[in-house]
Design a protein around this ligand. Sequence first.
Ligand SMILES: *Cc1c(COP(=O)(O)O)cnc(C)c1O
Length: 431
Amino acid sequence: MNKQMYSSLGISDGVLKFCDEILASLKERFEKIDLMAEYNQGKVLKAFRDNRVSAECFAGTTGYGHDDKGRDTLERVYADTFHTEAALVRPHITCGTHALAIALSANLLPGDELLSPVGKPYDTLEEVIGIRDSVCSLKEYGVTYRQVDLLEDGTFDYENIKKAINEKTKLVTIQRSKGYQMRPTFSVKQIGELIAFVKSIKPSLIVMVDNCYGEFVEELEPSDVGADMTVGSLIKNPGGGLAPIGGYIAGTQECINRCHYRLSAPGIGQDVGASLSVMTSFYQGFFLSPTVVAGALKGAIFAANVYEKLGFNVVPNSTESRHDIIQSVQLGSAERMQAFCSGIQAAAPVDSYVTPIPYPIPGYNCDVLMAAGAFVQGSSIELSADGPIREPFAVYFQGGLTWYHAKYGIMMSLQKLYEEKLVDLNSNSNL
Ligand SMILES: *Cc1c(COP(=O)(O)O)cnc(C)c1O
């Protein structure tokens, strides 16, 4: 039955057999992921129950949005899931970068210093901070920035972090996922150790963790290990593929109050902000998120195993533990990147008929190739792949609303490479 379905989608017997063999070896690994999803599903369910979520919460408000029960209850659901005093979760937060910018600018004042002890932050934060000049950057407002790079082996440089913390240091930012860098993604445990270290040097420090792509991958979240603010995007993991916009900040009451004031206006804070008609998707997406994340993780692990067996460098590798849903595959040539992304695009439920072509994006010194055919524009919890067309010609692959869809996507990427004779399925040194 399934064999026929694969062939009707253009997947050849050779590719199917190759993938089936790999899948057979992943059974135990997948069982562990299912257990994690079950745990996190329970965590979310408990927060829904404890906060008595009801149909009223989905109604939405307009205008000022005073007394918006759905909005206020959702923020309690997030706070309880992340085990924090408070949370800010709203459609008025336009994306992950916006959520991070709110968290930073609400809690840093002129004369304060921001420290990143984990090297360069995500590209879009460079302008928020002022690493690259921009109007309205923190730098323009008199907030200075200091950075301590990771050691060669990807671990924290504790000695220099200690030296970098001074009387001006107010906030420490830690990015969990690697972004477009080659460093490993940090586990929540590692993040906890770093938080404990910086707070042992200066207890008054506020620690913010950029949690993008990390939600529900592990049992704990950064908020469980001492982060004062945990921040992410709803068009990634916690939106569950349903939220059409949004971001969240979960943290201490003191930090979150300031975030509310920064997002709306001083004196007004959390009491305004109509939720319009998006509340059902926020609740339902958050409820589904642990399962969606599990599917995406299976897809990432499957892709790592497929491409590692063919001899490509994959990060993380086929066996190591996972702390986010991102998989990078170093394909070694622009042609292979093109074929890979064309396969992912062909497997999309939306825009399957278009061919991705490289194009220039601000902030990159080369063209970028992107494959995405998503229900929510730009959503990267949905199956997607992208990569800058430059050495080492790596694609970053993520998402999949269901495991089965991620599987079809990866098989179609391999099919394209195979058809164009860019890989030999019998060789373990294709790179
Ligand atoms: C995606 C991402 C961001 C920014 O999110 P946007 O929604 O694209 O603005 C920030 N940090 C990390 C690690 C990310 O993966």
